[in-house]
Each structure stands twice: as structure tokens, then as C-alpha cells.
Write a protein that binds this ligand. Structure first.
Ligand code: DX5
Ligand code: ZN
Length: 216
């Protein structure tokens, strides 16, 4: 079980300081890259990934919420990403993009919006290392988890087990003390969390209580 910290709701003027506060209790960092087209907002870029890379050694997961993601794989790989998540809705060439990510020596992640069904993965299960299931519509931190996504997590977990593949399921959006148990029980093993941590008075304590609920 892994906690991946999303920087979307962190103090953007002090990202390094925000991560320093909790670095001993998280397992990885999650970068939400937004282009103003695939999602309405604009946020982060390869410069931030590169700037933080020299200060932290845990894995960097880059969540590309951009159109034409194929244009940016090499740049994020060079900036220090370990895993790149590509939205299946953002490119007609998902298998080619995943191949490119692997060629660069990184792990390939596929992201699905809440309303995109698991069946869309039918031909590409073997090509991915991590599946990122959005539990809110992407683009903003602090939204409520959409209850209909729980069944999708279960469905994905069952398929992965049936196929005997080593794919991890990550969940992203609306994770807090009230929702974390349910997503873990449904099959998630990477928990992306943002506003719950950054809006709490004591981020360290918040993460520890979250982890307490994650143990199965
Ligand atoms: C949603 C992003 C998430 C988000 C998580 O577009 O992909 O990573 O920031 O934030 P919370 O935990 O606030 O839902
Ligand atoms: Zn994200």
C-alpha cells in the first residue's frame, strides 16, 4: 500500500517546503500536469519535476492531463519521472505512447476518467504497469469522490487477478479518512491524496491517520 502525494493543493510558492514536511511518511510524489485543453486549468510542467528531483529520492509519478501527450514523454523522462500516466481519452495512439515510455526506461501508466469504462483497456492490459482510476473528474483538487467509481475499481481488480498481471491500481480524487478504506477494499494499492493533507492543520498526522485506515 502506497501513499502518493498530489501537489495540486499545496502552496505553489513553496512546493519543496511542503514536501519536506511530510517526506518521511509518503511513498511517492504525484504531479498533476494540466494544459488548459484536456482539463480547464493550467498547472505544473517539467521544470517543477526537474527542480524537485534533486531533493527527493522517492518515485515521481507524472499524471499528464494534456492533449497530445506523446509530445512530452521524452521531456518528462529527462526531468526525472519514474512513471508517466497517460489518459486513454487524450490520444488515439495509446499503445505507441506506452511503448515510448517503456523505451525511455520508465513505467507506463494508463489513466481513466470516471465515466470511461474498463472495457476500453481490453487490448492494452499487458502494456501497462499501473492503472490510474480517476475517482473525480480531473482538473481540480478538493472534489468529492464519485460513488459509481467504486464498482470500477473492483472490476479492474478482478480483471487483473484473472489475467494474473502485476498491475497496480492507483486511485485519484476525493480520498480522505472517510473514503480511503472503501477504495482499498475495492482493490486500490496506490492512494493519491492532495487536499485532505494540505487542508489539514497537521499534514503529518493526517497522513498517519490515513495509513491507519489503509491496513487491510
Ligand atoms: C484531479 C487530480 C488529483 C487531485 C487529487 O484532477 O488528478 O491528483 O489533485 O486531489 P484531491 O485529493 O484534493 O482530490
Ligand atoms: Zn492526479
Amino acid at each position: 500500500m502506497e501513499i502518493s502525494l498530489s501537489l495540486l493543493s499545496a502552496d505553489q510558492g513553496n512546493l519543496r517546503g511542503e514536501v519536506e514536511k511530510v517526506k518521511d511518511v509518503i511513498d511517492s510524489l504525484h504531479f498533476d500536469i494540466m494544459d488548459g485543453h484536456f482539463v480547464p486549468e493550467i498547472g505544473l510542467g517539467m521544470g517543477v519535476v526537474e527542480a524537485l528531483r534533486s531533493h527527493f529520492s522517492f518515485p515521481f509519478y507524472v499524471h499528464l492531463m494534456v492533449e497530445e501527450p506523446e509530445k512530452y514523454i521524452d521531456r518528462f523522462a529527462e526531468a526525472g519521472a519514474d512513471v508517466i500516466y497517460i489518459h486513454i481519452e487524450s490520444t488515439p495512439h495509446i499503445s505507441r505512447v506506452l511503448e515510448r515510455i517503456k523505451d525511455k526506461g520508465l513505467k507506463g501508466g494508463v489513466a481513466l476518467n470516471p465515466a470511461t469504462p474498463i472495457i476500453f483497456l481490453e487490448q492494452i492490459w499487458e502494456l501497462m504497469d499501473v492503472l490510474l482510476l480517476l475517482t473525480v473528474n480531473p482538473g481540480y483538487g478538493g472534489q468529492k469522490l464519485l460513488p459509481f467509481t467504486i464498482g470500477k475499481i473492483k472490476k479492474a481488480k478482478n480483471t487483473i487477478m484473472e489475467k494474473g498481471l502485476p498491475i497496480k491500481i492507483a486511485v485519484d480524487g476525493g480520498i480522505n479518512l472517510a473514503t480511503v478504506k472503501e477504495v482499498c477494499e475495492a482493490g486500490a494499492s496506490i492512494i493519491v491524496v492532495g487536499s485532505y493533507v494540505f487542508e489539514s492543520e497537521n499534514p503529518l498526522k493526517a497522513i498517519k491517520s490515513l495509513r491507519g485506515k489503509m491496513e487491510r
